[in-house]
Design a protein around this ligand. Sequence first.
Ligand SMILES: [Cu+2]
Length: 194
Amino acid sequence: MTRITLATIAAIVALAPIASVSAPSHVMSKKHAIKAKAAATSISPTWMKIDAANKSVHFDIKMAENANNGTLNFNGYGHGDLTITVPLNWKVSMDVVNIGQGSIPHSLEIVPVTESIPNQGSDPPVFDGAETVELINGLGIGKSDKVDFTADKEGHYWMFCGVPNHGIGGMYDGFVVSATATVPTVRIGAHATK
Ligand SMILES: [Cu+2]
């Protein structure tokens, strides 16, 4: 009986460091979410063109546009600092280009928001067609692709780089499809989607 108790205690002690290792990142993201809610502000970027009559919106997405987040960014934003919101069932078109600051390939995919960030992109995307070609290998410097899809599922998603380790490095932003929004919007603020 005593042996079993000691073994149980030993097991709990052994598990404790694992629990404390995973805790800080989770706590950190919660902190960011709270901070972001207060900090989020709407912007009207030139890279968004709205055609309300046709319920369609166009985005020019520049991957690795500048040095922000070590060049792992979409239009300069990473780590969920940018959130695009689109009304449900609107048509979305994107011209996606790898500007190539950092001289590495990138890709774009709309993926579900998950507790842990995926290592890389995987098929299928949330919406039919919501990914660039060369999802895992990425588009080379100066290469581009057109992405067209209908935002037909309400929810919070990520605009995510599918190249291995880029998402973990923060190359993701928020993409929200809303049944109550009447017009597409863009917000800035850390983890504004959560
Ligand atoms: Cu990337």
